[in-house]
Ligand binder design. Structure first.
Ligand SMILES: C=CC1=C(C)c2cc3[nH]c(cc4nc(cc5[nH]c(cc1n2)c(C)c5CCC(=O)O)C(CCC(=O)O)=C4C)c(C)c3C=C
Ligand SMILES: [Fe+2]
Ligand SMILES: [Fe+2]
Length: 339
């Protein structure tokens, strides 16, 4: 297929104290999330001067990707547009149209399939295209990469580095805890989020030879009346300590960079919980700009540019679809009934 640009589509984050509340209002617009939760999360951001690292991480990702593409003779301009903060997707798409882009490939920074991580990104594009009108660039999302060797090898290297920090005599007993963003059960029922997460965790665990792993969740934002994916990472840390564990490795496999949900919910909250209960806490790395991860993005682009390029995938499920079917990652939120 002929593509003439790459669009990196991401979540966005505030870059100063005054941007925190408007950013969170954007994130939570139309969602069944109590105002108290918004204010609680705002505090997390204010601990870090109101600056989420996610935008800089995306700038770094794009810089590394440009070098990778250039080195491999792939001549595509790279654009960046966010859902919740500047640079907003609609502005980026308008710029792409002005630059004459006709058909872009889209790399989304969410690894796993869910309404928020897949369908909503496609809806964001459709909305921005409708605003621009008939001349808007066409956009095709790159397939989900949870089982791509580039993602699995990157996360395996991160976990192996953490395992290496544990004294050899305690290493086999260390608890390997993978975390991902909790989502409402009503959302996870309509997508392959949990299935894909379990597959990635299994593949990383097998590659490290460390069988003692579990998948848990973090960053729950719903009202107490609404069921979300569990267990929560802090509850599990307490349970592990109570059952005699000494070391816990927390690998945020659900995220590709150390943004605020990693820096606060894991490096602050989960770490403090582990300290309280006397557990040695090691937070494993995220993909970030690790070379194998950047190479993976280039490989995913190459397989779309040239249909003869093999579609790499590990494990049992094979490569994900290039084009999402019409019912992919649907979500019709259930509002709690009054009374
Ligand atoms: C209904 C579901 C969700 C609510 C409510 C929610 C609130 C919320 N999220 C953030 C910050 C981030 N969320 C990110 C990704 C993300 N969020 C959800 C679901 C809800 N979030 C999903 C399914 C995903 C996709 C999985 C993923 O990408 O990890 C991210 C990461 C974005 C990225 O890396 O590209 C952030 C950051 C806040 C602040 C918030 C409100 C309190
Ligand atoms: Fe989120
Ligand atoms: Fe999907």
């Amino acid at each position: 297929m002929k593509y003439d640009a790459l669009l990196v589509q991401s979540f966005g984050g505030p870059e100063g104290p005054d941007e925190v509340i408007p950013f969170l209002e954007n994130v939570l617009r139309g969602r069944n999330v109590p105002r108290e939760r918004l204010l609680e999360v705002a505090e997390h951001y204010q601990h870090f001067g109101g600056v989420s690292p996610i935008n800089q991480q995306n700038r770094d990702l794009i810089a590394a990707l440009k070098v990778e593409l250039q080195t491999h003779g792939i001549d595509l301009p790279v654009y960046w547009g966010n859902r919740n903060w500047t640079p907003y997707l609609a502005d980026t798409l308008a710029q792409m149209e002005a630059d004459g882009v006709q058909h872009a490939l889209v790399f989304v920074t969410s690894v796993f399939s869910s309404y928020s991580g897949c369908r909503q990104y496609r809806e964001d594009v459709a909305k921005a295209q409708a605003e621009i009108g008939p001349g808007a660039p066409r956009c095709d999302k790159i397939r989900t990469y949870y089982n791509h060797p580039g993602f699995i090898e990157t996360m395996t290297a991160c976990v192996q580095e953490s395992l290496d920090q544990i004294p050899a005599e305690r290493r086999a007993a260390a608890e390997l805890v993978f975390t991902a963003h909790s989502i409402p059960i009503g959302m996870s029922d309509n997508c392959n989020y949990v299935k894909q997460l379990n597959e990635s965790c299994r593949l990383v665990s097998e590659a490290t030879g460390h069988a003692n792993w579990r998948l848990v969740y973090q960053s729950r934002s719903g009202p107490p009346t609404q069921p979300w994916l569990e267990p929560d990472v802090c509850d599990v840390i307490r349970e592990l300590a109570a059952s005699g564990a000494k070391d816990v490795i927390v690998s945020p496999i659900g995220f590709i960079s150390d943004h605020m949900e990693v820096l606060f919910d894991l490096d602050t909250e989960a770490k403090d919980t582990a300290a309280e209960v006397g557990l040695n806490f090691i937070r494993s790395g995220t993909a970030g700009v690790r070379p194998r991860f950047i190479q993976m993005i280039r490989e995913l682009i190459e397989e779309r540019l040239n249909p003869e390029t093999p579609k790499l995938a590990l494990g049992t499920f094979g490569p994900s679809h290039d084009f999402c079917p019409s019912d992919c990652c649907l979500y019709a939120p259930q509002r709690p009934r009054p009374g």
